[in-house]
Design a protein around this ligand. Structure first.
Ligand SMILES: [Mn+2]
Length: 332
């Protein structure tokens, strides 16, 4: 086993767990995104190739998945926690905080492995392999695969590519290093059809999504000379457009690109909240001095420096006041 300064790396530790373990459950965070689902699908196939007994768990209420992810094949998927979970190793993928997975039964696992790239990961595993410099969790899995001698089949490459292209904003976000492009080259070499996956992820947009975007853009408000650019989506916006909650994905990216913006935010009412007081806030930073994950953590959420989120019962005006204050502090 390779060591560095006498310390066994988390990479070696997790590789040993994957080689030595026999039975696994894979899971990810609630409301899974492209990286969560791609990582799950890829790791499931990697463990199968290693001859392991592995299943992927997601809660039944995650289905149907957002339309753009429905093409991702999820082999060996279960929607109830396996009865023998106490004899299995649970692998959390792309999950910065164990509370972002609501299946308490998983906490009774024999072992917990935590494979992720969120810098604010709470290190809740027996083994935590957290690589903040990786563009996506799929990149961490791709790196591990090289050591596990599992062939990079086309289905595995496609699943990994979904994680890569979605978490890097189509190779545009600052997390897109040369490693991400090397990985893309490797995946394309294994048979990924870049344009076909682009079309599945980003085209075929339902009309209701376009209408929801129009409402979001129509409600933009700017604060502090435009440093803070926000919009809101209400229950009424969803009802009037026939939109699913997941259709709000991407609205905030239109706001971040506006001249003068340091932080962009989407505040949306949660349709699942019966009390109708809870809002989900998605933040994006475009200024190097700003760390939106710090703001999100303070309000009970988390994420990356440039992309983070949280849920809150604060009314919109109070929320704006908090965001303006924190932004001013961070900008010094
Ligand atoms: Mn991710």
């Amino acid at each position: 086993m390779s060591t560095h300064n006498g310390v066994t790396s988390s990479r070696e530790l997790v590789l040993n767990e994957l080689r030595d373990g026999e039975r696994f459950v894979l899971t990810t965070h609630e409301h899974p995104d492209g990286d969560a689902l791609g990582s799950l699908a890829a790791m499931q196939q990697v463990l199968c190739a290693l001859g392991k007994d592995a299943v992927s768990f997601m809660a039944a209420d995650e289905f149907p998945l957002p339309y753009e992810y429905r093409f991702i094949e999820l082999p060996q998927l279960v929607t109830t926690v396996p009865e023998d979970v106490a004899d299995r190793t649970v692998i959390f993928l792309d999950c910065g905080n164990i509370d972002r997975n609501r299946a308490d039964g998983l906490k009774h696992a024999a072992r917990i492995l935590n494979i992720d790239h969120h810098h604010d990961n709470t290190r809740f595993g027996d083994v935590d392999h957290v690589v903040p410099q990786a563009s996506c969790t799929a990149e961490v899995i791709w790196d591990l695969m090289g050591e596990l001698e599992v062939p990079l089949t086309q289905p595995i490459a496609e699943a990994l590519y979904v994680g890569l292209v979605t978490d890097t904003g189509k190779f545009m976000y600052e997390n897109t290093g040369s490693r991400a492009h090397e990985m893309a080259a490797d995946l394309i070499g294994a048979g990924v059809d870049v344009h076909a996956i682009y079309r599945r992820l980003y085209e075929g947009v339902p009309q209701g999504k376009l209408e929801l975007l129009a409402r979001g853009l129509g409600a933009v408000e700017r604060f502090d000379g435009g440093l803070l650019t926000l919009t809101q989506l209400t229950r009424e916006d969803y009802a009037a457009t026939g939109a699913d909650e997941s259709y709000s994905e991407g609205v905030v990216d239109h706001l971040r690109s506006v001249e003068g913006t340091a932080v962009a935010g989407l505040v949306r009412e949660l349709l699942s909240d019966s009390a109708a007081t809870r809002r989900k806030v998605s933040l994006r930073a475009t200024d190097d001095r700003v760390d939106v994950s710090a703001i999100a953590r303070e309000l009970g959420g988390g994420g990356h420096r440039r992309a983070a989120g949280f849920s809150t019962d604060l009314e919109f005006p109070e929320l704006v006041a908090v965001l303006r204050r924190r932004l001013a502090e961070q900008l010094g």
